[in-house]
Design a protein around this ligand. Sequence first.
Ligand code: PMP
Ligand code: GLU
Length: 378
Amino acid sequence: MVSERLASIPESTTMKISAMAKKLNAAGLDVIDLGVGEPDFDTPKNICDAAIDSIRRGETHYLPTSGIPELRAAIAEKLYNDNGIEISPDLVSVVPGAKMAIFAAIQALLDEGDECVLIGPSWVSYEPCVNFAGGRVRWAQVDEEFKPTDLADSITSKTRMILVNSPSNPTGAVFGREILEEIGDLAIDHNLAVLSDEIYEKIVYGQEHISMGSFPGMSERTVTVNGFSKCYAMTGWRLGYLAGPQEVMKWVNRILSHSVSHATTFVQWAGIEALKGPQDSIRAMVAEFKERRDLLVSGLEDIGIVCSLPGGAFYVFPDVSEFGGGDSFAERMLSEAMVAATPGSAFGPGGVGHVRISYAASKERLTEALERMGKMLG
Ligand code: PMP
Ligand code: GLU
């Protein structure tokens, strides 16, 4: 009864593992969930209050597809001030989560048989989104620090786009100016689009986040994606956005108008407060993440798992090939240590030897997880 096209689309491993950990905990087991990438902080109160106030004002009706003008203007202002991207609010669309932004942008950019370059281990949903569009992924290789090594060789006559995700999920790598310039030059030379997923932009540890859309000549070929899930601990609110060239955004809006219609009305008002209200919760969250990262990386080293220090996001991505590879290691972690982690194979062929461990969990839970893993490794 179902389409053949969908037969190649796998379940999202991150969502699957999170659901499994929740189910085991509900059954009374004490599983430490380091599988899913979700801040364990509460959404700041001022943001919650803005949503509640807007419901009370009666902001509960349909909106134009691309979102309320006040939020689109606030996003355009943010893109200019934080990212150096000059774009009209007319070219910003608000969507229910950055995931939908990525889905819609890829459907708008790719035709059947077109190729999208992904740089090394990449977030679980990119390849399925490319496959939904009838396209295919070409994987660019990376070095031990997850920086690209053969980008130019990954471009073929079928390539239409390069996807950039810095800071990266799952590797935590943050790309510097030189790499981004190389990507930009390739995109210009080969007339490619760049989809820049910047959802972890604020979660960096002493590194500078640079936006692809800020480079000269890149604004007309870059679609910038961002959202509120990670920086404002708003995962369940489903709020994200994208901004890009008119010819792309026209089709993105058409996809949205026939699918989700728009992001939830009162959630959009909360988004305005997130962008315009106090930003100190981000600073506190990032300081806490940095302490957890250091604790986890040195704790893993103590039990014999070597892992590079990620510059951003909230994941470590150690190579566990000597322990049998990512799939079997994640399976052992769950069955023997009751710690959920995501096998690196979920992030493409380059991730097979790795496991992704999220440190969006308290220091107490991370310490407990390290103790359990230490026992597991004997
Ligand atoms: N991009 C990356 C790299 C992510 O890790 C996530 C987390 N789910 C998303 C996009 C989607 O975020 P959202 O919750 O806004 O859909
Ligand atoms: N981005 C998070 C992760 O990678 C949340 C789950 C998802 O949307 O895939 O774990």
